[in-house]
Design a protein around this ligand. Structure first.
Ligand code: NAD
Length: 498
């Protein structure tokens, strides 16, 4: 019997009483690593009730004390970074370097959460009318919920609960059922850092458990990251139940290559940005838009693609790992086949990829298409595999039109030596995160993660100041004191701030 993961309810790791156990597999071998429980309705109810009860005391904990919890947590995460990354590599197949990066990008958000006092500061104006002052505070909402995808099992949960909890909320996390071991470890360390019971709950499962969170009257806000159809369902259902929702969804990210760009940088960046993490990144570059003569570089790009290969998480020569599941691999293969049938030129086909000594892994080799047009399935669908589609256009205007016609708007980049071209692109492109000679422009946590259009449903984005706004309510106080009421003398009062 493989290891069965517990739930975290009211500060205790508890064995679920469910009869539905979800196998968690190593995607490089199909070995079952453990099983995750589909939490029962009673367990979901207990987790939410415990978070609700814990909110009453947690919101009264001074902000500096909440910040200190985050300081301890980020120190523990750093201490355990490699250990967490190893767990993460086992269940996702990510290379060790990539897995460490996944953990690190989450640690940076925990660090930011330690600055919560300044992030929560309100505003004041004196004398809004004669002897009347107005100030605003930010106060926590209550119980918040987070629903996270498989592709960043450390970073994305850490986008959510540290900031929500630092702001004074309590939190119920429902991570992906495909790689729940990493979130379990993150949560263990949060308790070890000194989190009071009930402040963070961890439940496992799929649609049924998510729908409970979306419809439960005691959940005040929902953060979601995942695919487009599920993101739309989560946004519609949560808002229909009068909750705040921020839903980060799928993407199709374009990199525009101007003929004056640095060719070596372009080729190097395209290989890493499209095939890294087996293409399973919401900010992966999946379309290369060659402007004018830059299309002559596609032959060299093909040579570089042919030089990389997937492999085991601890193989230093492996550029990336397997697809998360056999179904995910099959989906990528079907799209590659459709690409060929619909008339694109497949310069390199990774459909029959094998890896020595790992015959059962969900491997897909690097795949390069050219002559791709916007009507083709490989252009329209988020492939989420190591597949790059090359499109050729005549001008920057044409590139802008192509990118702006995409229903997605998560990330994009332009490679050029021209400040004017870069300025025009960053100004006119309808995408939320823009890189200039930077292929994957994921902002650090003092900014926010700002996908647009079909890649995001909501208004306040992840981490940074926007997340603090998302997880808080503003209270505006207008006050007036009458000088006649000042006592002539009174008791000697002193207070001490600890
Ligand atoms: P997914 O939508 O299948 O799953 C995400 C979460 O939703 C999981 O916790 C899952 O259990 C739950 N879920 C699945 N089906 C559900 C349903 N029918 N009803 C309710 N909940 C359901 O996504 P995934 O395959 O785990 O992740 C990959 C997707 O996430 C890609 O589309 C990728 O682009 C996207 N993503 C987006 C961002 C971003 O910031 N925009 C970041 C990472 C991943």
């Amino acid at each position: 019997m493989s290891r069965r993961l517990p739930l975290l309810i009211n500060g205790e790791f508890v064995a679920s009483t469910t009869d539905q156990w979800i196998p968690v597999t190593n995607p490089a071998t199909q070995e079952v690593l453990c099983e995750a429980p589909a939490a029962t309705p009673a367990e979901m109810e207990q987790a939410i009730a415990s978070a609700k009860a814990a909110f009453e005391s947690w919101k009264e904990v001074p902000v500096s004390e909440r910040a200190r919890l985050m300081l301890r947590y980020q120190a523990l995460l750093k201490e355990h970074q490699e250990e967490i990354a190893e767990i993460l590599s086992q269940e996702t197949g990510k290379t060790f370097e990539d897995a460490k990066g996944d953990v690190w990008r989450g640690i940076e958000v925990a660090e930011q959460a330690a600055n919560i006092a300044s992030l929560m500061m309100g505003e004041t104006v004196e004398n809004v009318a004669r002897s009347i002052d107005t100030h605003s505070w930010t106060q926590p909402l209550g119980v918040c919920a987070g629903i996270t995808p498989f592709n960043f099992p450390a970073m994305i949960p850490l986008w959510m609960f540290p900031l929500a909890i630092a702001a004074g909320n309590t939190f119920v996390l429902k991570p992906s059922e495909q790689d729940p071991m990493t979130p379990n470890r993150l949560v263990e360390l949060f308790l070890e850092a000194g989190a009071p019971p009930g402040v963070l709950q961890l439940v496992h499962g799929g649609k049924e458990q998510v729908d409970t969170l979306l419809t439960h009257p005691d959940i005040k806000a929902v953060s979601f990251v995942g695919s487009v159809p599920v993101g739309q369902h989560v946004y519609r259902t949560a808002t229909d139940h009068m909750k705040r929702a921020q839903c980060f969804a799928g993407a199709k990210n374009h990199m525009v290559i101007m003929p004056d760009a640095n060719k070596d940088q372009v080729i190097n960046s395209l290989v890493g940005a499209s095939c890294g993490a087996a293409g399973q990144r919401c900010m992966a570059i999946s379309v290369a838009v060659f402007v004018g003569d830059s299309k002559a570089w596609i032959d060299e790009l093909k040579e570089e693609f042919a030089n990389i290969r997937p492999g085991a998480w601890n193989d230093p020569q492996a550029a990336y790992g397997p697809q998360i599941s056999p179904q995910a691999k099959q989906r990528v293969l079907t799209l590659i086949k459709q690409g060929k049938e619909e008339g694109a030129t497949c310069l390199l086909d990774g459909s029959d990829c094998t890896v020595d000594a790992l015959p059962d892994g969900n491997w897909v080799g690097p795949t390069l298409f050219t002559d791709v047009t916007p009507e083709m399935s490989i252009y329209k669908e988020e492939i989420f595999g190591p597949v790059l589609c090359c499109v050729s256009v005549d001008s920057l205007e044409d590139a802008l039109q192509l990118v702006n016609n995409s229903p997605y708007g998560n990330g994009t980049s332009i490679f050029t030596a021209s400040g004017a071209a870069a300025r025009k692109y960053q100004h006119e492109v309808e995408v939320g995160q823009v890189g200039i000679n930077v292929p994957i422009p994921v902002p650090l946590p003092f900014f926010s993660f700002t996908g647009w259009k079909g890649s995001f449903y909501g208004d306040q984005h992840a981490y940074g100041k926007q997340a603090v706004r998302f997880y808080t309510e503003t209270k505006t106080v207008t006050s007036r004191w009458f000088e006649d009421d000042i006592p002539a003398s009174g008791p000697n009062m002193s207070i001490h701030l600890k």
